[in-house]
Design a protein around this ligand. Structure first.
Ligand SMILES: Nc1nc2c(ncn2[C@@H]2O[C@H](COP(=O)(O)OP(=O)(O)OP(=O)(O)O)[C@@H](O)[C@H]2O)c(=O)[nH]1
Length: 303
């Protein structure tokens, strides 16, 4: 019988650094034995920006338009089986949506259909250091979700350390340890770590959780380039309820280049893409005012 495929569940709130970690693991494949890694990505929206960033060489499947924890649980078995039978990877990393509860994904992975050929290796949670420290500004449910993502982790990657100072670092360490004492904690910038995440065998989880997070997403499609200054002005007036924006845009000043745009916790990032990508923007937030955002983006597009 073939060896079982080991499943790593990567959780972590919106924009914390999950895809950055995946990129490190795949592109720098620092593991001596070069295991074959497949990816299952879950996105809240109907458009997956991150799979476009990953490139073509890594086997991956995606679960779009919902959350494994809410309505795609049964699809996990279908997608993991497909990856296993088509590619026979040593590992499959599941990148959960930022609003997923890791235990619900764990549950989905214990489907009897899957246990024949796969086993859960560990839950790795990424924490956005600053956002975690300031989590009191979110709703009770979101705050609890952030804490439970830490509570059930076997490995906690405390990311974005460049954005906090030493006093905040000590405070954060204390807060994380009070929630989870057994996890391996690693502080990182841009999710860069030397630790062999694949080889750490986690604990069994015996809890069952159902959490409704109330976070939704929308996708906006641009027909062409937009004005960069108007875009920056739009960004600057976004309410705190907008938790994450990402996608591809073109600016009128440089129509030939597509830009990968990322916005997490108030910080925008622009990277020029070499390939032409669909000009779509995904917006995720708590109680999004979708029509208002659509109207604002229409204005950007058509003025
Ligand atoms: N300053 C800083 N920015 C970071 C760091 N790690 C990631 N980022 C940026 O944060 C943004 C989100 O990073 P991702 O790796 O896409 O986060 P994610 O958890 O996959 O995000 P979603 O799955 O879309 O919720 C990107 O703009 C990254 O470049 C870090 O250590 N420091």
């Amino acid at each position: 019988m073939n060896k079982k495929m080991k499943v790593i569940i990567v959780s972590g709130f919106l924009g914390s650094g999950k895809t950055s970690l995946l990129l490190q693991m795949i592109k720098n494949n620092q593991y001596e034995h070069k295991p074959k890694i497949a990816i299952l990505m879950n996105e809240l929206g109907g458009f997956n920006v991150d799979s476009k960033i990953l490139g073509e060489d890594t086997p991956y499947n995606e679960l779009l338009n919902g959350c494994i924890c809410c309505d795609l649980k049964s699809d996990v078995a279908v997608q993991l089986s497909d990856l296993y039978y088509r590619h026979a990877p040593d590992f499959c990393i599941i990148e959960a949506t930022g609003v997923a509860h890791p235990v619900e994904i764990y549950d989905a992975c214990t489907d009897p259909v899957l246990t024949k050929f796969s086993e859960i290796q560990n839950i790795t949670t990424i924490v956005d250091a600053k956002r975690y420290l300031e989590r009191s500004k979110y709703t009770e449910t979101t705050r609890r979700l952030m804490e439970e993502q830490v509570k059930y982790a076997d490995i906690v990657i405390v990311n974005k350390m460049d954005l906090i100072d030493e006093a905040e670092r000590i405070d954060l360490q204390h807060q994380l340890n009070s929630i989870n004492q057994r996890a391996e904690m690693i502080e990182t910038e841009y999710s860069k770590t030397n630790i062999d995440i694949l080889s750490i065998k986690g604990h069994e989880v015996n809890a069952h959780i159902y959490m409704h997070h109330g976070i939704t997403s929308m996708v906006y499609t641009f027909n062409g380039a937009i004005d960069s200054r108007a875009f920056v002005t739009w960004l600057s007036q976004l309410p705190d309820s907008v938790l994450r924006v990402k996608g591809f845009i073109k600016f009128r000043e440089n129509k030939d280049h597509t830009v990968l745009f990322q916005y997490a916790y108030g910080i925008p990032q622009y990277e020029t893409e070499v390939m032409n990508m669909p000009l779509k923007l995904v917006i995720i937030g708590e109680g999004l005012e979708k029509q208002k955002l659509m109207d604002q983006l229409d204005q950007l597009q058509f003025s």
